[in-house]
Design a binder for this molecule. Structure first.
Ligand code: ADP
Ligand code: MG
Length: 638
């Protein structure tokens, strides 16, 4: 019953004192082993130790002008003492205290499931200095740029990039991927993941407070504040319900006694029993116990819910909108065609110098962009041993491209939308070639200098291997509609859609147009949006459930989303739906069970004069059962 309040190990001591003094009191009262005169003092100690924590919570609530259910328990115990039933009152407080300890123990168990991944991060790292010497340092002292050495079998101490060595890494702590991932120089590694077989040197890219691991922990911690709707309802219901019970109990005492002429002691005893069995302890704990466990299960599997409310929201989803690049595709496009255009001859040219100029210019623009396409262009420049030109004042235009200044001339790389008003004047050949490439399912961007096209770059990305199967599984789980929202051209969009089984395609969208499509979809169903980019953030924000790709995702997308798929693993989407549905089932089982117990016991009180002690046992027992049922969600949901 100590819901929301965990009192730590000292509550165990209080509970023990309560039990011992209860036994001593009972021995004094009912046997001749101890003198009868010391019964009441023992009971008083028992009351104080058993009721201390409940009373503290109650007083805390009363100071805010609210009654909580602990108040009902304490009132019932005091009531029992008033009519001389000290032993029963003490049993009530003892069980109350025991179940309080067990409950905080159980809830800590699911919280610990989350925190246990923190323990995987080593506290020290082997720092390699510029002169080649090695020394152990605390991970807190590592700065971006520091190089650390990690040996096989060790956990990675910090987020960074591999500088030397190859290995495979078990990333399950962060991403939930069960299979180790091969890593080469240049690849990203995360703190707390396990280096399996190679010696590697890592260049730190973040300090310890900024690691992905630290983000996960803080996300999950704030998740407990974003409570599930059912829980919020129950929380606001609790004080009102407590008042109703108090008033009902007052009537139960005075009406039979004053009006019907019943004996005061027995009506009072019955009223105290009602007070206990009508307390909705199990009901109140039913939701948080389940939702926290579901969140912990998600965190273990690389699915981060940013709040209990999103676990519930996931159940309703019937439409899913996917971004294309980085979401349905891997987001590592490669340059497939590089076509330099010669403005004098109005022809494409094979001239090596002009081709190199084209990639140097494009790379110069893209150097300052974090877009997937930018990376591909830079990669191509490196492969051709061409250095990017120094472009200044670079600006990214989401959904369109980038532009800047080079030798005081306007230079730009992007799609046709970036060149609205000027592309119409370009030679027809440019448009024809672009159309042809798009027809092949490629992304096409134009490089332009002072309104004059200098060339075309075509890029192709790979569909995520898991995409087709995932979308099939989602269909099976009852998702009615799956659509694609992309800023890319129709040709690529259609080709990807056909490969993965998307129902509807919306291509060539600017970020605000993604929002418009989403608004439309929201009128017809409950919509989840899955995305990774800066351009997806507005859509993620207005969807019913925003889901971000964790590793490929930009920071804006991660912050805006309600759920993060740490491993970029689309196949976690069916898991997410199953987990949330299972959580909902458990929550409802708990609610129905708690209410049924209350009703049954109340009937028992009036029909068969249920003894207070039995009422107490049934009441506390049902509370614990509800918590245990919630903990089932810690187990697998696959
Ligand atoms: P998606 O919605 O599929 O994730 P984006 O909206 O991020 O794609 O990009 C849409 C289109 O905008 C790209 O296909 C490309 O034509 C253009 N674009 C955006 N950023 C860039 C860039 N840095 N360089 C070149 N083109 C870009
Ligand atoms: Mg994207």
């Amino acid at each position: 019953m100590a819901h929301d309040h965990s009192h730590g190990p000292e509550q165990v001591w209080f509970t023990a004192i309560c039990a011992v003094t209860l036994i001593a009191g009972a021995l004094a009262e009912f046997t001749s082993i101890l003198p009868g005169s010391i019964a009441i003092p023992f009971y008083i100690v028992s009351y104080i130790s058993g009721g201390y924590h409940g009373l503290k919570d109650t007083l805390h609530h009363m100071r805010h002008g609210e009654l909580n259910i602990h108040f009902l328990m304490i009132a019932a115990a005091i009531g029992a003492a008033v009519i001389g039933q000290w032993a029963e009152g003490a049993i009530l407080l003892l069980l109350f205290s025991i179940s309080g300890s067990l409950e905080s123990f159980a809830l800590d168990k699911s919280r610990n499931a989350i925190h246990s991944i923190l323990k995987l991060r080593p506290s020290e790292a082997l720092l390699k200095s510029a002169d080649g010497s090695e020394q152990k340092v605390a991970v807190e002292d590592l700065q971006p740029g520091d190089v650390v050495i990690v040996k096989p079998g060790e956990h990675i101490p910090i987020d960074g990039l591999i500088r030397k060595g190859r290995t495979s890494i078990d990333q399950s702590a962060i991403t939930g991927e069960s299979v180790p991932v091969p890593k080469d120089p240049g690849d990203e590694v995360f703190a707390a993941t396990l280096n399996e077989n190679g010696v590697i040197e890592i260049e730190a890219t973040r300090t310890v407070q900024d690691t992905t691991l630290a983000k996960i922990i803080s996300l999950v911690e704030s998740a407990q504040k974003n409570r599930a709707k059912t829980q919020r309802f129950l929380d606001s219901f609790e004080p009102k319900y407590a008042w109703v019970v108090v008033i009902a109990v007052i009537f139960l005492i005075f009406i039979p006694w004053l009006i019907l002429g019943h004996e005061l002691d027995s009506t009072f005893y019955r009223a105290m029993t009602v007070l206990v069995v009508a307390s909705p302890c199990a009901l109140i704990i039913s939701t948080p116990a389940s939702i926290i466990s579901a969140i912990a299960n998600g965190a273990k599997n690389g699915v981060l819910f940013k709040g209990g409310v999103y676990v519930e929201q996931s159940v309703e989803i019937d439409t899913i909108a996917f971004d294309k690049t980085g979401t349905l595709t891997i987001g590592r496009p490669e340059v497939t065609d590089l076509l330099a255009f010669d403005d004098r001859s109005k022809q494409f040219t094979e001239n090596q110098q002009q081709i190199e100029n084209l990639i140097a210019l494009a790379a110069g623009c893209e150097q300052h962009s974090e877009h997937h396409l930018a990376e591909a262009v830079l990669h191509k420049a490196t492969a051709m041993s061409v250095s990017p030109v120094a472009v200044e004042d670079v600006q990214a235009v989401p959904g369109r491209g980038v532009h800047g200044k080079f030798h005081n001339q306007r230079v730009a790389v992007g799609n046709l939308k970036l060149f609205e008003g000027e592309s119409e004047k370009w030679p027809a050949l440019i448009h024809e070639k672009a159309k042809e490439l798009k027809g092949e399912g490629k992304t096409v961007v134009f490089a332009v200098k002072q309104s004059v096209p200098v060339g075309l770059i075509a890029l192709a990305d790979q569909v995520r291997p898991a995409a087709l199967e995932t979308l099939r599984a989602l269909k099976k789980l009852g998702i009615k509609k799956m659509v694609m929202l992309t800023g890319d051209n129709e040709g690529v969009a259609r080709s990807v859609a056909a490969q993965v089984g998307i129902d509807e395609v919306y291509a060539g969208l600017l970020p605000e147009e993604k929002v418009e499509v989403l608004e439309k979809l929201k009128k017809e169903g409950t919509v989840a949006m899955v995305g990774d980019g800066v351009n997806d953030a507005p859509a993620l924000a207005i969807s019913h459930l925003g889901i971000a790709m964790g590793a490929a995702g930009t920071d804006v997308a991660l912050e805006t989303a309600d759920v993060v798929l740490m491993g970029d693993d689309l196949s976690k989407l069916p898991y997410l739906l199953k987990l949330s549905r299972k959580a909902k089932t458990v929550v409802w089982q708990n609610i129905v069970f708690s209410l049924a117990v209350i009703v049954t016991l109340l009937i028992g009180v009036f029909l068969v004069d249920l003894p207070l002690t039995l009422g107490v046992i049934a009441h506390e027992g049902s509370t614990l059962l509800v918590v245990m049922n919630g903990l089932r969600l810690l187990g697998s949901a696959n």
